[in-house]
Design a protein around this ligand. Structure first.
Ligand SMILES: NC(=O)C1=CN([C@@H]2O[C@H](COP(=O)(O)OP(=O)(O)OC[C@H]3O[C@@H](n4cnc5c(N)ncnc54)[C@H](OP(=O)(O)O)[C@@H]3O)[C@@H](O)[C@H]2O)C=CC1
Ligand SMILES: CC(=O)[C@H](N)C(=O)O
Length: 256
């Protein structure tokens, strides 16, 4: 049995991972995010799907290092050993050129996508000491492999995730902790709604005329990566919908 901690489990890819892992009797789930009411709804979906799946959920804002340390160290005793960390919490805010970008948006992206991922990893790795199957999955992005117009700071944060993913693989090698980056292209979640500060029409237009990836598509790939034999690690995977060639080149006339 492996205990999996998923950050940002209240929506999108994180919630889909929880539901996918709940189908597999080898996993028990630690779910966190800021919106606890969403986590409660997710827990009841998991109960319907697999009543035997053990779930513990809690509120966590990954941007606050003290909160991350205190909350993780105060987990109930039976949840203190972690095997798998899915560093998923993240967001994009704004899509503006650098000279007019909103500094609050920049801070939120850097604090969540880079510093939050670091804080959680810093305090979870010591909780993996007893694990024989320790694995960290970092959710990067196509935006961590290339830069697209007006993506500036979001792209920079995901390039940082790409670097940290490689750095973790080096630093954690002697501990036998697997480290995998999953880098999605366009996935239809709340991502665009958050990027455009709740402008749902603009968010919808991102997915017009295309079949994007779903959270479930990414979750299935993560479960595949987690279930490889002990000697096999998927280091880095870039996953795009068939209609997407780069961060911004998308065929909207030939949706599959
Ligand atoms: N959708 C896409 O096209 C792509 C997404 N990604 C990445 O996938 C990851 C998941 O995003 P996605 O599912 O699409 O988007 P969603 O907006 O649907 O989900 C984002 C999740 O992150 C959580 N989160 C955000 N800020 C914080 C915080 N400060 N502390 C804790 N949790 C936080 C949210 O929970 P809450 O608000 O409740 O705290 C939510 O559960 C992100 O890292 C994103 O960058 C990568 C490439 C493409
Ligand atoms: C370009 C993408 O596919 C990604 N969702 C992003 O907006 O960075």
């Amino acid at each position: 049995m492996r205990t999996v901690l998923i950050t940002g489990a209240s929506s999108g890819i994180g919630a889909a991972c929880a539901l996918e892992l709940a189908k597999d009797k080898n996993y028990r789930l630690l779910l966190c995010a800021r919106r606890v009411e969403r986590l409660e709804e997710l827990k009841s979906k998991i109960k319907d799907l697999n009543p035997a799946c053990e779930v513990h959920s809690f509120k966590l804002d990954v941007r606050n290092a003290d909160e991350v340390e205190t909350t993780l160290s105060n987990l109930p005793q039976e949840w203190k050993n972690i095997d798998v960390l899915i560093n998923n919490a993240g967001l994009s805010q704004g899509l503006d050129p650098i000279q007019t970008g909103d500094i609050g948006d920049w801070d939120r992206m850097i604090d969540t996508n880079v510093k939050g991922l670091l804080y959680v990893t810093r305090f979870v790795v010591p909780m993996m000491e007893d694990s024989k199957q320790a694995h960290i999955i970092n959710i990067g992005s196509i935006a961590g492999k290339e830069v697209y117009p007006n993506g500036n700071v979001y792209c920079a944060t995901k390039h940082a995730v790409d670097a940290l993913n490689k750095a973790m693989r080096i630093d954690l090698l002697a501990k036998g902790i697997k480290v995998t980056a999953i880098n999605p292209g366009m996935v239809e979640t709340e991502f665009s709604e958050v990027r455009f500060h709740g402008d749902s029409n603009r968010a919808k237009s991102v997915y017009e005329g295309v079949t994007p990836l779903s959270g479930q598509d990414i979750a299935e790939i993560i479960v595949f990566a987690l279930n490889r034999p002990a000697h096999v690690n998927i280091n880095d995977l870039l996953v795009m919908p068939t209609v997407q060639a780069t961060g911004t080149i998308v065929n909207r006339s030939n949706s599959k």
